[in-house]
Design a protein around this ligand. Structure first.
Ligand SMILES: [Zn+2]
Ligand SMILES: [Zn+2]
Length: 210
């Protein structure tokens, strides 16, 4: 019997494909990949190494701009931010520094920066990261604790629309993607962690800590 890695309710089978099974939680609406299918650390690292994000890549900047634009509209110059899970080529932090922010970066694999995790920030960005959370209850607790009251958490992740769409979704085929959220999951996260949730694009959410 499996339990939801976010809210610990018992989960039900959702979709099964060639590679793995996915489960759905009726309380928080999270869809989670079978924990028995998680890659080991070496295989996961090898998979991440295939993604090369380059701060000079204009397409990648445009992609991140869908978060940076709406977020910057809520910030003032000189604020302190953290890009959590920046990957091998920090780009969003560079864009936000260009806009006058003071940035720290942290990535558990590529830029471990434990000193940056004991502080509070005016804002934290987390792009294409939360779908990789294997222990979302703990991971979201750690993430939201980094934001000061009144501060912002900027999230990019693709959202679950329906079971039919999920079954045909390329996003689930990335074996490092293990936690899939719907708008209802974000509402649940807002209640659990004291966040006002605003969806500003189809895969961009701004969460303000109360
Ligand atoms: Zn749940
Ligand atoms: Zn991803």
């Amino acid at each position: 019997m499996l339990h939801c890695p976010l809210c610990s309710r018992r989960v039900e089978p959702y979709v099964e494909d060639r590679r793995r099974a996915y489960f759905h939680c009726a309380r928080c609406d999270l869809v989670s990949a079978d924990p028995g299918s998680h890659l080991d650390a070496a295989a996961e690292r090898a998979y991440y190494d295939l993604h090369e994000n380059d701060p000079a890549d204009r397409g990648y900047r445009r992609f991140l701009g869908r978060l940076a634009g709406p977020l910057l509209g809520r910030l003032s110059p000189g604020m302190r931010g953290l890009d959590y899970g920046c990957g091998p080529g920090p780009t969003l932090s560079v864009m936000l520094e260009e806009a006058g922010m003071h940035m720290e970066v942290h990535d558990p694999l590529y830029r471990p920066n434990p000193g940056a995790l004991g502080r509070h920030y005016d804002f934290v960005t987390c792009t294409e990261v939360v779908e990789h959370f294997r222990r979302p209850a703990e991971d979201w607790g750690r993430l939201t604790a980094l934001v000061r009251p009144g501060g912002w958490l900027g999230i990019m992740t693709k959202l679950v629309i329906s079971r039919e769409r999920f079954a045909a979704w390329h996003y689930k085929d990335d074996p490092t993607h293990v936690s899939f959220y719907s708008p209802a999951t974000f509402e649940w996260l807002g209640v659990r962690f004291g966040l006002a949730v605003e969806r500003v694009d189809r895969d961009v959410l701004l969460l303000q800590k109360r």
